[in-house]
Design a protein around this ligand. Structure first.
Ligand code: SF4
Length: 102
């Protein structure tokens, strides 16, 4: 296979268009909740999530994921990640390990 710059760009564009280069990037279904897809989260990680008492809607609006020190925001303001477990978390979610931002 000829690894010219042109071929590398062509292969990269093909993989990108198929969603293979950056899996998880992009949302093919705009109606779908970008934060609700737990299909790539293992059973074990789902158990960890549950043990930490994560919920999608914080009862106390002063203790949400979005104002937690362990929250990793994404380009979607309603969704992000947590440093403590795998999978998406909602900005309005919370868990038993909420920590104030430093
Ligand atoms: S530690 Fe809890 S409250 Fe903080 S970002 Fe993770 S899930 Fe949300």
């Amino acid at each position: 296979m000829n690894l010219s710059r042109r071929n590398i760009i062509k292969v990269s564009l093909s993989l990108f268009s198929l969603g293979l280069l950056f899996p998880g990037c992009g949302n093919n279904n705009q109606d779908e909740d970008p934060c609700g897809d737990l299909s790539k989260v293992s059973e074990n990680d789902l158990k960890v999530r549950k043990k930490m008492a994560y919920v999608d809607e914080a009862p106390n609006k002063n203790k949400t994921c979005s104002n937690c020190n362990l929250f990793l925001p994404s380009s979607d303001a309603s969704c992000g990640k947590c440093l403590l477990f795998k999978g998406p978390v909602k900005s309005n979610g919370t868990c038993a390990y909420w920590a104030p931002k430093m």
